[in-house]
Design a protein. Structure first.
Length: 266
């Protein structure tokens, strides 16, 4: 594989991160790493040297607390190697995790599990992560009758229209200082630090997409949300989604200060 593909990223991807085989950016990064790190002959020599290193005879001499963590499907180092280490180090704790990637740092869930295992091993317990909750206004938007329009236009024209819609919505979210949480295919979820700007943003989006020949509906709700890496969660998010689902074309539902709801045309 090194003779055939070194410098293309295939060697690193196949060996250490098979899950990223279909990710163009990951392949470009791996390819650059291969080209900048070693020539094919030097890489082959290094791998051969590493493969010939055997520390098996010193394992019984280890008498400090030891944690061994291994992925079941690791293609770089077979799982039986991790099991062997744990079996031959007195009192070692062995933890087996699912998955196939030797490099787990790009997998948040596995990274958190590894950190948790290390923390428990060192301290005897795991700290519960504090939930990061903030007060925000959540906005959901979506295109009315998107499936019908897509069928009428065909894939190519629908994609062009959708790209234009996305551009318009993002411009308005930025204009009203909102934060785009995610694109939902034919709509968006965004958050704002107050209901007024969120309501004005929803109205502006409704007006801005009319020249495109489409209509949108929007739902807003103000409440506490839970921040999660690239997402948000909590009952406020679900309520905003339900409100958007109740709206019809050209209508928005707003949270009133009293906690009740009123509907506005626009």
């Amino acid at each position: 594989m090194i003779d055939r593909a070194w410098g293309t990223g295939e060697c690193i991807i196949n060996t250490f991160a098979p899950h990223a085989a279909s990710d163009p950016q990951a392949r470009r990064t791996a390819a650059r790493m291969e080209r900048l790190s070693a020539s094919p002959s030097a890489a082959l020599a290094m791998l051969k040297m590493n493969a010939e290193i055997d520390v098996g005879h010193v394992l019984p001499a280890i008498h400090v607390p030891t944690l061994v963590v291994h992925r079941v499907g690791d293609p770089a180092i077979p799982v039986n190697c991790g099991r062997y280490l744990a079996e031959n180090i007195a009192g070692a704790k062995y933890v087996e995790l699912p998955g196939i990637n030797h490099n787990f740092l790009h997998e948040p869930e596995i990274t958190d599990r590894v950190i948790g295992e290390v923390e428990q091993f060192l301290t005897g317990s795991r700290s519960e992560p504090e939930t990061d909750r903030v007060l925000a206004t959540v906005m959901f938007t979506d295109i009315v009758d998107s499936t019908k329009r897509a069928a009428e236009l065909g894939d190519r024209q629908w994609r062009v229209l959708l790209d234009r819609h996305d551009e318009v919505v993002r411009q308005q979210i930025a204009r009203f200082r909102g934060h785009e949480v995610k694109n939902l295919g034919d709509g968006f979820m965004a958050t704002f630090d107050g209901p007024a700007r969120a309501a004005r943003c929803a109205a502006a989006i409704s007006e801005s997409v009319r020249p495109l020949g489409i209509a949108v509906r929007a739902g807003l709700h103000t409440g506490e949300i839970e921040l999660k890496r690239d997402d948000v969660a909590g009952i406020a998010v679900h309520i905003a989604a339900r409100i958007a689902g109740e709206a019809t074309a050209g209508k928005r539902w707003y949270p009133a200060l009293s906690g009740t709801w009123w509907r506005g045309r626009g």
